[in-house]
Design a protein around this ligand. Sequence first.
Ligand code: ADP
Length: 324
Amino acid sequence: MPRIFSGIQPSGELHIGNYLGAVKNWVDLQHEMETFICVVDYHAITQAFEPEELRQRTHGMALSLLAAGIDPEKATLFVQSHVREHTELAWFFMTLTPVGELERQTQYKDKSARMESVAAGILNYPVLQAADILLYHADTVPVGEDQIQHLELSREIARKWNARFGEGYFPEPQARLTPTRRILGLDGQAKMSKSLGNTVALLEPSAAIWDKLRPAMTDPARVKKTDPGNPDICNIFQLHKAFTPPDTVEQVAAQCRSAGWGCIDCKKVLHQGMEEVLTPIRTRAEALQATPKRVAEILGDGASRARTVAQRTIAEVRQKMGFD
Ligand code: ADP
């Protein structure tokens, strides 16, 4: 069976960009592929963090993933720091990865531009990511569009390691994107991202979502309700495509183009569509919040399943690299 691996940082709440760009794919693919889903807490500490908050966020992220539909019977859900082999493999890969290659990564350039002093962990972030994926010999990585460049680097690392230590040992992992591979924040400007504070959380209460939707950016050329709009350049319409039933999406587009509906009418329909999708997720989250031990149990189980695979890979890698 093909194997997929994907990770998410516990650096904030799971948001609808993560959900539509990646997590929804994990939930669908877990039925047809052997699935490893990892809460990547070692990645999260490349940004400012508080230990107690990190602990809570890691638990919270796992809970949100389960609420979103990750089924621990089907998928292996675990925390990166519970499987020590991730950092060992990352070190081996670091010795093969040119610094210039890492400095060319767009995410590195964006993050480091905002910092006075740049930690080596920020630079090496995609190497740890390559280790996460290759430790499980995953050939498919369902991610959002922002991760495509990092995956190209993972393939290069796999090729380099294979050429030096064992032809064909690591697969060259391919990205698997959803139709909504890049969700913008409600300001319609930048990618929706935890670090930019422009998100709608997956578990946000209905009224709070409406408070964010109401002032959200639409077609910038549509000033008055009587102006016809262009759904193709409206960020709200992109969200309709993800949350609203297809026949209603067509109606939304027609009403926008003919100025039949104003933007608030259109946003009300979106809010309704979001409620349909998010209500069952909130209900599952409430049940899990009432039984916190269950989440810890699932993570313990996941770590032991992940460790079995990771330890085998590291033993083989050490042997091939001359460490036994
Ligand atoms: P964030 O950027 O919010 O910190 P992560 O880096 O933890 O999120 O990414 C987790 C997954 O969610 C990755 O597969 C990433 O590609 C995807 N993702 C993150 N933001 C978006 C977005 N705005 N649109 C689509 N996918 C996204």
